[in-house]
Ligand binder design. Sequence first.
Ligand code: 4AD
Length: 430
Amino acid sequence: MKTTINQVSKYVDQEVTIGVWLANKRSSGKIAFLQLRDGTGFMQGVVVKADVTEETFTHAKSLTQETSMYITGKIVEDARSPFGYEMQVKSIEVIDEAKDYPITPKEHGTEFLMDHRHLWLRSKKQHAIMKIRNQIIQATYQFFAQEGFTKIDPPILTGSAAEGTTELFHTKYFEEEAYLSQSGQLYMEAAAMALGKVFSFGPTFRAEKSKTRRHLIEFWMIEPEMAFTTHDESLEIQENYVQFLVESVLSHCQLELNTLERSLERLEKIKAPFPRITYDKAIELLKEKGYTDIEWGEDLGAPHETAIAESFDKPVFITHYPTNIKAFYMKPDPNRDNVVLCADLIAPEGYGEIIGGSSRIDDLELLEQRYKEHNLSDEAYNWYLELRKYGSVPHAGFGLGLERTVAWICGVDHVRETIPFPRLLNRLYP
Ligand code: 4AD
């Protein structure tokens, strides 16, 4: 019977064959312990000298790391192993013998591992992170489907910028100039006027010269946009969505969370509603904590976000930022026009901002005024203005950065480990 590691619980006390790679091994005189992986999981194979032919035992002891093979044996329950099962190996059929695999069980430096990302992905920790990333993507589709959203795919090649022009990747588009998308938001607003509640999930490109543990040049963003929706209603959707993601990982990825030694107790606390503080209050809090390097009107940096997050054990919304440090499309607070109806959601434990969102300006005249203030060309944005001419409605939306969310839920320090092939300031390979 051919099966996979994640299915072995169905075959206790039966003999099965699994296609595997050898992740690691150790042996004593009479027993060889093979750490096997097949992509679906990791499992130990035990080769007992007395139970196999002399040839099989010698062979098992000489297997090299990452050799691929079909391995056959009986599945047994084993309470001592984190996986709960192991294989009593009977025979081994090598497919390809790997020679001098560069990533050995010893410690390697980050640059070395990054140079070998195509192989590093095979390690147990990286496998766990990719599985959790996958679970978050699955849960995203599930959540928005059950909330009545339609998935919409905005273009990747664009003519207009959503988040300011400094971070754009330029490319030739025949005779014209185009940019790689830095947010699908403007298109999602058009889609929301057609389909009500929509969300996108796609690659996002930012030529940010930031070399921090939270910045990627290419990352993936989930961008919901909702017609007839207020700022507060949008915050409610956001906290329910984030709670749903965490619950989904907790219920489907126990093994992976254990591999990453993630504190379950901290994740179990992530229940809506999340605390909300205004930008004004955030500045006050920072002053109380002794930060003298920030004044009202300036954007918060990573250390400020971390300091604020320390006061809470759930993600915290910082709302109502000053108008002049936020994007042109954000709607002013009707009671106070020097701040906008926006919120950043800051993850706990220093993982930084995972969501940025706002209510959008729905008044034609005000939007036209903002175009002038921001020197935006009418031509490139004319279609966006038209959304305010034909049945404009209050609407809001947000963007969740997938990699930062994965980093937080996994408890991984740097976003470079949360995407299969990270694009960083100094890295385009592999
Ligand atoms: O706050 P941002 O820039 O928001 C927007 O792009 C809006 N147009 C979204 C919307 O309202 N539809 O980015 C949203 C999120 C951030 O909170 C962060 O999680 C992530 O995207 N992000 C990055 N992640 C990794 N590397 C980077 N360089 C990132 N820049 C933003």
